[in-house]
Design a binder for this molecule. Sequence first.
Ligand code: DLL
Length: 427
Amino acid sequence: MKDLSPKSGDLDPIETASHDEIEALQLQRMQWSLAHAYNNVAHYKASFDAAGVHPNDLKSLADLSRFPFTVKSDLRDNYPFGLFAVPRSEVNRIHASSGTTGQPTVVGYTKADLAMWDVVMERSLRASGLRRGDLLHNAYGYGLFTGGLGVHGGAERMGLTVVPISAGMTERQVRLIEDFQATGITVTPSYMLSILDEYRRQGLDPKKSPLQVGIFGAEPWTNAMREEVEQSFDMHAVDIYGLSEVLGPGVSCECVETKDGLHIWEDHFYPEIIDPQTGAVLADGELGELVFTSLSKEAFPIIRYRTRDLTRLLPGTARSMRRMEKVTGRSDDMIILRGVNVFPTQIEEQLMKVSGLAAHFQIELIKKGPMDHMIVHVEGTAPAGAILAGLIKSNVGVSAEVRAGDDNTVARSQGKAVRVIDNRTSG
Ligand code: DLL
């Protein structure tokens, strides 16, 4: 793999600023953001008033814990534009969730917000090792989903040659990576596996692909998966995180020289980790639910948003800003099987240890009599499937039935993989 470490002088000054400098900026911006939300969004005025707090009460960063949380249903209840803090005519772009499980959630950006997005996205692309002049194959979906356009803006700002291919048509993905000699790819990790399959199907050696780095996110993935992709393509794989409610891609990103968790661009997004049960703020290093407060957004300020993503905060390494550990999973995706909590990433970790099984998997939950039963669908031989069942039992602590089928029997995603199918009511 090529050494893609940044040269000194490549970084924004804030990326190497001292803690004191970062915290001073955060406090000043947080005071602005709370006041902006309170003065311009009825929901925040009502929720702060109900909690008996006022933006003027924020004298230190720790005072943020006195302010109420924002949750997904607040976005739904204010559909479509009720949480905007500027007139709709000042909103330059809208993104929205697909809304397959209810009312879509809508977010907006002013021109200044889009410019800020480009800045943090450029920082993320640079952290991943890309440089001006590289060619980026952007296979995140373009549209209401923030992945495609979010990456696009930062990539153009940086001076990359962007190929806005979006997701899908896997055969064409491979052809254009090769024909255009893409050095970087942005895509979900699960769709990258489909691209890997397609390389092999076409009889091409993925190791000979022009790709030097992949920037993977929008869904949880493990370090074991990183190794699989890095070895298969002889490329670097780094993790990028974000969510529409807070921004989209570019809230945090790993650095290629360390690959030790994602640096949060804390000058724009203030992180907290809370106990998901009590809501109490936990110390750095403790595992809990990630909460974000935007510090500079105009159109859609968001205060103490509960992401439901589970992780911990760690000190800075390659950059001064704090890191978040790779996300274990969303609390929504946690399976409770006979009292044991299981995340799909734990299954992925075991799967990657078994040679003879492809990296694709899907978990199905059914009822067997009164008991919950977990089936892990994979592709490969029955003996390899039995090895996986043993590993799950000993390392995750649950009994799972592993069904090893032929190639292409596990559903493929072109974006976020659906890891869990819950058939417990119908089974
Ligand atoms: O998925 C934004 C994004 C696009 C991030 C492209 C990275 C790359 P949403 O569709 O709003 O936004 O989904 C956000 O996806 O709360 C996490 O549960 C999950 N997620 C995003 N990135 C990661 C990651 C985009 N790197 C939700 N690791 C978040 C684990 C991730 N989960």
